[in-house]
Design a protein around this ligand. Structure first.
Ligand code: ADP
Ligand code: ADP
Length: 226
């Protein structure tokens, strides 16, 4: 029983670049998986295929045993947090968090209940009526997380979410992510080019190189080449 299965996943971009080849992975529910590897090795492409933001050229993608290979993004039980956060600048924190639920046409009282819970969990109460321009880096980061979590995804996809943060903030967000993993029991896929981050965050680490998987193992069992 796996939350996420990639079976011989393959991506060829128009123009012929083979970005991902023969990618096999099985992820258990609640696991925190890191993808690491040099720029251009195919991490983001793989994440975007899982999210349904990039078409899959070959192979299969299963979520909780169901085939999602060709299912559009809005019908996938995934949420994606991007490095640049993609916060709507003209909306308040509260409206930003509610947006994904309104798009899904949830009843207003259900939207309010879920948004309140997320605002409390991520300690955004003091800035709930503020817009992006008046938020700190950490508040923006938590807002981006809140927008993903409010949809109650099975799988949370994080694309270099800590890259733009200073060292102290990065550490506190890392800790927050691990707490959320424990509390919510959802599955995390975390993309980074920073090996130390991949190792400290991941229950298992997928090491990629030139579109292929080189190793999949718990951090303490990773080997490095001479
Ligand atoms: P990473 O996230 O590890 O930096 P990417 O998945 O972004 O790697 O890129 C993998 C390969 O696919 C690279 O060779 C990159 O140039 C190429 N690539 C990424 N996006 C596109 C695109 N939209 N069109 C064509 N080639 C792309
Ligand atoms: P990352 O390293 O985070 O994967 P990049 O800076 O490589 O991001 O890519 C930024 C954007 O450019 C992405 O949307 C990616 O799909 C696109 N891109 C990357 N490489 C290519 C390429 N060779 N041709 C076209 N688009 C590309």
């Amino acid at each position: 029983d796996y939350d996420l299965e990639l079976v011989k996943l393959r991506k060829v971009y128009p123009g012929g670049t083979v970005a991902v080849e023969n990618f096999d992975l099985q992820v258990k529910k609640g696991e925190f998986i890191s993808f690491v590897g040099p720029s251009g090795c195919g991490k983001t492409t793989t994440l975007r295929m899982i999210a349904g933001l990039e078409s899959i050229t070959g192979g299969n993608l299963l979520i909780r045993g169901n085939d999602y290979t060709h299912v559009p993004t809005e019908k996938r039980p995934t949420a994606t947090i991007f490095q640049n956060y993609a916060i709507f600048p003209h909306m308040t924190v509260r409206q930003n968090i509610a947006f994904g639920l309104k798009v899904r046409k949830l009843p207003t009282d259900e939207v309010d209940r879920r948004v309140d819970a997320i605002i409390e969990k991520l300690e955004l109460g003091d800035v709930a009526g503020e817009k992006e321009a008046s938020l700190s880096g950490g508040q923006k980061q938590r807002l981006a997380l809140g927008r993903g979590l409010v949809t109650e995804p099975d799988i949370l996809l994080l694309d270099e979410p800590l890259g733009a943060l200073d060292a102290n903030l990065r550490k506190s967000i890392q800790e927050e992510l691990k707490i959320l993993q424990r509390e919510l029991g959802i599955t995390f896929v975390f993309v980074t080019h920073a090996q130390s981050e991949a190792l400290s965050m991941g229950d298992r680490v997928v090491v990629m190189n030139a579109g292929r998987v080189e190793q999949i193992s718990p951090p303490f069992e990773l080997y490095t080449r001479p």
